[in-house]
Design a protein around this ligand. Structure first.
Ligand code: FES
Ligand code: FES
Length: 79
């Protein structure tokens, strides 16, 4: 099984806007973390969509090992 790269063992806070979609980088290779920049091409990972239902601050997973992708669930503490 392929493991994603780990850009950081902490979440990325982000202000999201209601009604907008965000594409979270699942492979860990994007240069524009926590979002996909297309660097996953040719690999086993594809980005995960996050649809904002309200405008708020959320914490996107930076370690790429969350069980609740694309958001942080605390799994980074076990890496
Ligand atoms: Fe990582 Fe696209 S660059 S999923
Ligand atoms: Fe990945 Fe918290 S940063 S679970």
């Amino acid at each position: 099984m392929n493991n994603p790269d780990i850009p950081q063992k902490a979440p990325y806070p982000a202000e999201v806007e209601a009604g907008k979609s965000y594409w979270w980088c699942a492979c860990g290779k994007s240069k524009t973390q926590p979002f996909c920049d297309g660097s996953h091409k040719g690999g086993p990972f594809t980005p995960v969509e996050f649809k904002a239902t309200k405008s708020e601050k959320v914490w996107f997973c930076g370690c790429k090992h969350s069980a609740q992708k694309p958001l942080c669930d605390g799994s980074h503490k076990k890496l």
